[in-house]
Design a protein around this ligand. Structure first.
Ligand code: GDP
Length: 441
């Protein structure tokens, strides 16, 4: 996710950090590179221009240039602006005060609408809701079947009528059926087209008027970059949307759509699709996403995934340790083992601060890296895992031999671990977000 953008930005910041004191020219040069990285990531040109102007304006101020940690201040400014670009604060799904909510899923064919309708039903079910899926994509015969299959996967009911060609009627009947079945949420899957056309919009407007959805959620394929942003603009103008679900972020190394769509349409991204499986839908958190893009990891999502996949008590202990800075290599190893259970490594790895993948997310490289780390920690004694500071050169040689790795590998792991601990310390600092308290490894 966002790996090529992330790598480029981290390179720029690394060079900036290497300079110590910064001049206005240093910042302007760095901003040129950031600009290029964003444009290459297919971020909308106007959005990039505004972003660079704002960051430059804030960064060349005396306060930053004269500070003891100018590079970190600049990165903090970029981070803040990136959070803003991604939507600012979290925007949650609105539930109807009536107790019965209707979500209308719209989007082009292939954007992932049907899959996402199923994922959303699964997510809401986990939160204690009782959702019904309603199949209104009558043009693609396989779509109804597909929705029934995903409904079964996540264990919710699906309303379908294979004989009807009237999407508005099906939608209305679906809502009646949901109410009669004591469901509290109806998720209506509508038809898409390959491109936006009037017929599609007219149909969607008719469905909207007939069922009065609590929210209209536009499903966008992140991998289509600026096309996705244009689609969002059109849907918003012609139908009106309440939020966006950005799918296929797992395959999107650039990030242009996610970084532009809020600024261009004013509508927030509420969820992110990060894989083909039913559990691969995450609430969208702009701050956590910005952390991931800037290579600071996403420890909060990691903890949440741990809480979902792993026994609750263990996850709580882990969180406590992280916050109280008592996190040892032993816990790190334990965590890595759990991580393996938690899903595709390509997703999980990007959330761990300190572990960086080069280039496109390379699943095999991630897998190997984890195996190596596991082998290294396994070769350590209990004391060494509790207190890595006792690991001198001869211990390092022994550990490297025992794990079939090199002393450099051991050193790298120890450094990553220290980086990670340092970062945790900042995350757990209540002044984290305040200027000047923010430090990157
Ligand atoms: P629809 O035509 O909009 O209903 O799209 P579908 O739900 O049929 O999805 C199209 C393809 O995208 C399917 O192969 C899905 O498995 C895939 N897909 C949907 N969401 C995601 C996602 O978040 N990540 C990945 N990798 N694939 C996805």
């Amino acid at each position: 996710m966002f790996s090529s953008l992330s790598e480029k930005l981290q390179d720029v910041f690394k060079r900036l950090r290497g300079k110590g004191k910064l001049t206005e020219k240093d910042i302007k040069d760095a901003m040129k590179e950031v600009k290029l990285a964003l444009l290459e990531a297919d971020v909308n040109y106007k959005v990039v221009k505004d972003f660079i102007n704002t960051v430059t304006q804030k960064a060349v101020g005396e306060e930053v240039l004269e500070s003891l940690t100018p590079a970190q201040q600049v990165i903090k400014i970029v981070y803040d602006e990136m959070v803003r670009l991604l939507g600012g604060s979290d925007t949650k799904l609105t539930f109807s005060p009536s107790g019965f909510s209707i979500y209308m899923m719209v989007g082009l064919q292939g954007s992932g609408k049907t899959t996402t309708a199923g994922k959303l039903a699964g997510l809401l079910k986990k939160q204690g809701k009782n959702p019904l899926l309603v199949a209104c994509d009558i043009y693609r015969p396989a779509a109804i079947k597909q929705l029934e299959v995903v409904a079964q996967k996540v264990g919710v009911k699906c309303f379908a009528d294979y004989n009807s060609k009237d999407a508005v009627k099906i939608a209305k009947e679906g809502i009646e059926f949901a109410k009669a079945s004591r469901c509290d949420v109806a998720i209506v899957d509508t038809a898409g087209r390959l491109h936006i056309n009037q017929e599609l919009m007219d149909e969607l407007v008719s469905i909207k008027n007939a069922i009065k959805p609590t929210e209209i959620l536009l499903v966008l394929d992140a991998m289509t970059g600026q096309d996705a942003v244009n689609v969002a603009t059109a849907f918003n103008e012609q139908l009106g949307i309440d939020g966006i679900i950005m799918t296929k972020l797992d395959g999107d190394t650039r990030g242009g759509a996610a970084l532009s769509v809020k600024a261009i349409t004013g509508k927030p991204i509420k969820f992110a699709g990060v894989g083909e499986k039913m559990e691969d839908l995450e609430a969208f958190h702009p701050d956590r996403m910005a952390s991931r893009i800037l290579g600071m990891g996403d420890i909060l999502t990691l903890i949440e995934k741990a809480q979902e996949a792993i026994d609750q008590k263990k996850a709580e202990e882990l969180e406590k340790k992280l916050r109280s800075m008592q996190f040892t290599l032993e816990d790190f190893l334990d965590q890595l083992k759990q991580i393996k259970k938690m899903g595709p490594l390509s997703q999980i790895i990007s959330m761990i601060p300190g572990i960086k993948l080069k280039g496109d997310v390379d699943f095999d490289a991630g897998e190997k890296e984890l195996k190596k780390i596991e082998a290294i920690i396994n070769s350590m004694t209990k004391e060494e895992r509790q207190d890595p500071s006792i690991i001198n050169s001869s211990r390092k040689r022994r550990i490297a031999m025992g794990s079939g790795t090199t002393v450099q590998d051991v050193n790298r792991l120890l450094k990553q671990f220290e980086d990670m601990k340092r970062m945790m310390k900042q995350f757990s600092n209540p002044n984290f977000a305040k200027k000047g308290k923010f430090k990157f490894p």
